[in-house]
Design a protein around this ligand. Structure first.
Ligand code: MN
Length: 509
C-alpha cells in the first residue's frame, strides 16, 4: 500500500485516505478470488492502480482502478461503492463495467464504429484510462489464459485498445499493447520479425554507437550544452505494418534503429537539426518537422534520416524533455504538475476534468491513418481554445461549451450490433428499418420481420444502444410507404421512396 501511496502526486489527506480505503476494500472483496495463473486476483487490481498512479492520474481514478472489477466479478453492489467511495468513483467503476460488456466479435469491417462506441461509452477519459491499464496488465499475463480466449483478447487489443492508446498519444502503451498482442495473433510472423530485428540490431548497434559518438562531439563543439541521447528500437508490430506498406522490402526501412536526442529547448532542437545535416547529408523527403506541425494525436519531434558513411541511413529524432514525456504518456502528461513544480489548486483540478471531457469528442473525429507521417494538420481552433482555457483556469462558459460538444454527439447517435457482432452506428430513435438499410439495401428492401435481442419486435421499435438486431427477409417482401413514418436515416428514406413510387407508377400504367 505504501508503494501506491508514494506514487500519488501531491495527495491531500483525503486522497490518501480514499486510496487506502479502496486498497483494503478491494483486498477483502477479492480475498478468495484467483486469476487463471492461480495468483491472487488482487495482484491484477494493484497492478492496474499502480499503472494509473504512475501516469499521475488523480486519487479518485486510482481508487476506481482498485475497485474496477468488484461490481462485475465479486458482486459488490453499486450502492456499496457509492456509499463507501462516493458517486465519482461509482461513475468510473460503472463506466469500466459497461466497457467490459462490449466485445470485439471477430469482424473487422466495423472496427472504427466499435472504437467510437468504446469512446462514447466511456464518456470520461478516466474510464478509458482505467480500461487501458486494465488491458495492459491482462496482456502482460495473457499466457495464463486458455488459448481459445487468448486469441480473441489479443485481436481485440490490436484493433481497439492499441489504436485508442495511439489516439491518446500514449506511444509507450500503444507499443507495448501491440507487441504483447502480436505474438498471440500472428505467432509465426512475430517470430520472423523478432529474428529480423535482432539480427539487424546486432549488426547495426555497434555502428550506431560511433554515429552517436560523432554527433555528441559535434553538438558540444557547436555549443549545444545540455542533451542526452538514446537508441530507440522499433516496436515489432509497427515494424510488421511498415514492412507490409513497403512491400516487404527491409532495405526501405530506415528507422528500425534510430538515434534519439533529447534537448533542453526547442531552439536547441533546430540547432541540432542544422548540425546533424552539416555532418551528414539528409535523405530528401525524409525531414519531418512535427514540432512546427504536430501530429493529430499531439506528437511532437523532428525526424530526419541522414546518410552516414559508417552505418548507412540513420534516423535521428530531436525533441525536448517535455515532448519526450508527451510522446510516451500522451494526454496523461498534461495532467502532471511535476515539470512546473507548482501545486495543483482547485481551479487546475477542475480544468483537468475539462481535458477529459474535451478529448472525448476529439477522439470521435477521424482517426489518424496508419501512415500519418505525411499529415501536417495544424491543431484545429478548438484545441487552441481549450489550451487557453486550460492555461487560464476554466471558466464556467468553457465548461458549458465542452458539455455541449459532448452532448451533441452522445445524444444523437446509438450503436447497435448485427448478430455477427458488427457495429452499426445510427441516429437516435432509429428503427429496425434504418438498421436493415444501413446493413444493405437488399436487406432493407425485403424486410419480413425484426428480432431485437432475440425477440420478435415490430418494425417501428426504437432501437437502444447495444441492441443486437436481426432482420428476417423474404424475397416477396416489399417496402411500404408507411415505413417512412418510422425511419430516421436519409438512406432508408431514399430507398423506400424510390421503391414505393416506382411501384405506384407501375400500378398506374
Ligand atoms: Mn480487470
Amino acid at each position: 500500500m505504501d508503494e501506491l501511496l508514494a506514487l500519488l502526486h501531491t495527495p491531500s489527506a483525503a486522497d490518501r485516505e480514499l486510496v487506502r480505503k479502496a486498497y483494503t476494500f478491494a483486498y477483502e472483496a477479492h480475498r478468495t478470488h484467483t486469476r487463471f495463473s492461480g495468483e491472487p486476483y488482487f495482484n491484477h487490481l494493484f497492478a492496474t492502480a499502480r499503472a494509473l498512479a504512475e501516469l499521475d492520474m488523480d486519487a479518485v481514478t486510482v481508487a476506481a482502478g482498485l475497485l474496477h472489477d468488484s461490481v462485475e466479478d465479486v458482486g459488490v453492489t453499486r450502492e456499496t461503492i457509492a456509499r463507501e467511495f462516493g458517486d465519482e468513483v461509482l461513475f468510473l467503476v460503472d463506466g469500466v463495467t459497461k466497457l467490459g460488456e462490449l466485445k470485439y466479435r471477430g469482424t473487422s469491417r466495423h472496427i472504427e464504429s466499435l472504437r467510437r462506441l468504446f469512446v462514447a461509452t466511456s464518456k470520461d477519459l478516466r474510464v478509458l484510462m482505467i480500461k487501458l491499464m486494465d488491458r495492459l496488465h491482462n496482456m502482460q499475463t495473457l499466457e495464463h489464459v486458455p488459448p481459445e480466449k487468448r486469441e480473441r483478447i489479443a485481436k481485440e487489443t490490436l484493433s481497439i485498445y492499441a489504436p485508442l492508446a495511439d489516439r491518446l498519444g500514449m506511444g509507450e502503451v500503444k507499443r507495448e499493447l501491440e507487441d504483447l498482442a502480436f505474438q498471440h495473433v500472428y505467432p509465426e510472423e512475430y517470430r520472423a520479425m523478432s529474428a529480423l530485428l535482432k539480427e539487424s540490431a546486432r549488426m547495426k548497434e555497434p555502428l550506431l554507437e560511433t554515429v552517436k559518438q560523432e554527433l555528441r562531439q559535434a553538438l558540444v563543439k557547436y555549443g549545444v550544452q545540455s542533451f542526452r541521447m538514446e537508441s530507440r528500437i522499433k516496436g515489432l508490430y509497427s515494424l510488421r505494418m511498415k514492412l507490409q506498406r513497403k512491400g516487404g522490402d527491409i532495405e526501405k526501412i530506415y528507422d528500425m534503429l534510430a538515434v534519439r536526442v533529447i534537448l533542453a529547448t526547442v531552439e536547441d532542437c533546430y540547432r541540432a537539426l542544422g548540425i546533424v545535416h552539416m555532418l551528414w547529408r539528409p535523405l530528401p523527403g525524409k525531414i519531418k518537422d512535427y514540432i512546427a506541425f504536430q501530429k493529430p494525436n499531439g506528437y511532437r519531434s523532428i525526424h530526419t534520416t541522414v546518410m552516414t558513411p559508417k552505418a548507412g541511413p540513420v534516423e535521428v529524432q530531436l525533441r525536448t524533455e517535455t515532448m519526450h514525456r508527451e510522446a510516451q504518456y500522451g494526454f496523461a502528461s498534461h495532467l502532471s504538475y511535476k515539470e512546473t513544480g507548482s501545486t495543483p489548486d482547485r481551479s487546475e483540478k477542475k480544468s483537468n476534468r475539462i481535458w477529459y471531457h474535451y478529448l472525448i469528442p476529439s477522439l470521435l473525429r477521424t482517426p489518424s491513418t496508419p501512415n500519418s507521417h505525411t499529415q501536417t494538420t495544424p491543431p484545429p481552433l478548438w484545441v487552441s481554445e481549450l489550451a487557453s482555457a486550460h492555461a487560464g483556469g476554466a471558466s464556467e462558459a468553457s465548461e458549458a461549451f465542452m458539455r455541449e460538444i459532448q452532448d451533441d454527439f452522445f445524444s444523437h447517435r446509438i450503436f447497435v450490433f448485427t448478430p455477427k457482432g458488427d457495429v452499426i452506428d445510427l441516429p437516435m430513435d432509429s428503427s429496425p428499418i434504418d438498421f436493415a438499410y444501413a446493413v444493405h439495401s437488399e436487406i432493407g428492401d425485403h424486410i419480413a420481420g425484426a428480432r431485437v435481442n432475440g425477440k420478435l419486435m415490430s418494425l417501428d421499435t426504437q432501437l437502444q444502444n447495444g441492441d443486437i438486431v436481426e432482420i428476417e427477409t423474404k424475397t416477396s417482401a416489399r417496402p411500404s410507404a408507411k415505413w417512412l413514418e418510422h425511419v430516421k436515416t436519409t438512406l432508408a428514406r431514399r430507398h423506400i421512396q424510390q421503391r414505393t413510387t416506382k411501384r405506384t407508377a407501375e400500378g398506374a400504367s
